[in-house]
Write a protein that binds this ligand. Structure first.
Ligand code: C2O
Ligand code: CU
Ligand code: CU
Length: 529
């Protein structure tokens, strides 16, 4: 309890001292009155920021396979430094997949295997994880399964504070390239791939190592949902820019080679003051007056959003949720306001047909303040016919696990604490250690997990999807519907989830997806036996 109080005071105090957002926007709900709405501290950009809704919304290009023979698709991605004009007239150096941020989108079919060969031309080791993928352990991107760049000396990463001298004998380390194989035998949904290197995931994602991966199937295609140019993947991420156009990030070691971690005010999470969607600041998209399917991913390190679609005359359009992290819901759920935590995905249909041509629909973040309230906008450019629909029944294959199916109940506390004599984020009182076994679950077992948080912690499990059973001792909230792989714990809250450990045996992870928390210890081993 003492730790928790300290953490909150620190978060609030820092927000106040820097005049930033941590202390603002407290929920008006009595139950949440003493809980900060944001966990983290905001960086300030030193370049002039463009006005909102000028940059056109980029759509990341879809990667072309190098071969499609033998019942599988093969892709190649080079990880390399590149520079992009994110802000008008400003060059920003990035770490990229294939020269682009976001990286290229991979489009795939359920059950059709995909192999992606990554080549690491960055100055540091990397690891690729396909978030939400049902992936054999060898291709899941365990944080020590490094792909070393040319000329990297192993000793570098075992000195100083890097990896605390830990050596992981089970690590599968490769030089320069690695082929990741994804069977994609799973429900269709929006996945994303991102870096997952031990201790350095947060700054690597921040520099640009994130891309989207869509899985489809015939059943979903047959539903008649908005498609083609009316289906938009939206990767939302906040960043901040230094005077010279580089991305600012408070790393203790800006080379990201040796010493992990961030400077003290940012322990709770790094927030930027620029909101990017698909890599463009506060973009605008010219839309038909018709239904759109928005496939929203919060790829921010620590920022939470509560999205609303607001018209020029102040009307909020319904956000009709059709899918969660792990695919379609059974039936649509309409939100006026949609909370979305780091790494969560929401599949949403919004109908612009009643919006006057020429006017704007702004996507607003109710948790933001000042410039971070705006996310993006749609300019309704033309009237249009629309033969799309949102069926009442979206899917019938959601797992229906019940409490009595569970052979075990496990409890995990996600809390601040001490790690190696400094500040850390812990699960069950312990910081991540690749050598320790935290959970050994039997393949095929159903389990209930009770997770409890001090501040905000978006809790993510690799390999499996789960359902939310309860939140704060009550039934789940409307946006907890469906099959998820990341659940947002609010300050002081306990959540119960249920899952079946299905798929593959081997070494996986569960962790907080506040990327700074993840790097500072809040990760644990999930071994499927
Ligand atoms: Cu996006 Cu281990 O996660
Ligand atoms: Cu994951
Ligand atoms: Cu966390």
């Amino acid at each position: 309890m003492r730790e928790r109080g300290m953490t909150r005071r620190r978060v609030l105090g820092i927000g106040g001292a820097l005049g930033l957002t941590a202390a603002t926007g407290l929920s008006t709900a009595a139950a949440l009155a003493r809980r900060p709405s944001i966990t983290g501290a905001e960086l300030r950009s030193a370049v002039p920021l463009p006005p909102p809704f000028q940059a056109p919304l980029p759509i990341p290009s879809v990667l072309k396979p190098v071969s499609t023979t033998g019942g599988a698709d093969r892709y190649e991605i080079t990880q390399r430094e590149a520079s992009a004009e994110i802000l008008p007239g400003v060059k920003t150096p990035l770490w990229t997949y294939e020269g682009a941020f976001p990286g290229p989108t991979i489009e795939s079919r359920r059950g059709r295997p995909v192999t992606v060969t990554h080549r690491n031309e960055l100055p540091v080791p990397t690891v690729v994880h396909l978030h939400g993928g049902r992936t054999p352990a060898a291709s899941d991107g365990y944080p020590t399964d490094l792909v070393l760049p040319q000329g990297w000396h192993d000793a570098t990463m075992h000195t100083g504070h890097g990896m605390q001298g830990m050596h992981d004998p089970r690590a599968l380390v490769t030089k320069l390239t690695r082929a990741y194989t994804f069977p994609l035998d799973q429900r269709p949904t929006l996945l994303w791939y991102h870096d997952h290197r031990m201790d350095f995931t947060a700054p690597a994602i921040w520099r640009g190592l994130a891309g989207m991966h869509i899985v489809r199937d015939d059943a979903e295609d047959a539903l008649g949902l908005p498609a083609g140019p009316r289906e938009l993947p939206l990767m939302i991420a906040d960043r901040a820019f230094a005077a010279d156009g580089t991305l600012v990030y408070p790393s203790l070691d800006p080379t990201l080679r040796v010493r992990p971690g961030v400077r003290e005010p940012y322990f709770a999470g790094v927030l930027g003051d620029v909101i990017l969607v698909n890599g463009a600041p506060w973009p605008v998209h010219e839309a038909d007056a018709a239904r759109y399917r928005l496939r929203i991913l919060n790829a921010s390190n620590a920022r939470h959003y509560e999205l609303e679609a607001v018209t020029d005359d102040g009307r909020r359009l319904g956000l009709v949720q059709i899918g969660a992290d792990q695919g379609l819901l059974a039936t649509p759920v309409t939100h006026q306001s949609l909370p979305i935590a780091p790494a969560e995905r929401y599949d949403v249909v919004v109908d612009f047909s009643g919006v006057p041509v020429g006017s704007l629909v702004r996507m607003v973040n109710q948790l933001g303040s000042g410039r971070t309230r705006d996310v993006m906008a749609f300019r309704i450019a033309r009237g249009a016919t629309d033969d799309s629909r949102v069926p009442r029944t979206l899917s019938t294959d959601l797992p229906a696990w019940r409490r009595p199916d569970a052979v075990r109940v496990r409890d995990f506390a996600f809390r601040a604490g001490q790690m190696h004599g400094g500040h850390g984020w812990l699960i069950g009182g312990l910081p991540f250690d690749p050598a320790r076994s935290d959970v050994a679950a039997r393949l095929g077992d159903v389990e209930v997990w009770r997770v409890v948080a001090d501040v905000h912690h978006p809790v993510h499990l690799h390999l499996v999807g789960f359902r939310v059973l309860s939140r704060g001792g009550r039934p789940p909230l409307p946006h907890d519907a469906g099959l998820k792989d990341t659940v947002s714990l609010r300050p002081g809250e306990a959540v119960e989830i249920i899952t079946r450990f299905d798929g593959y045996r081997g070494r996986y992870l569960f962790h907080c997806h506040n990327a700074e928390h993840e790097d500072m210890g809040m990760m644990a081993n999930l071994e499927i036996i």
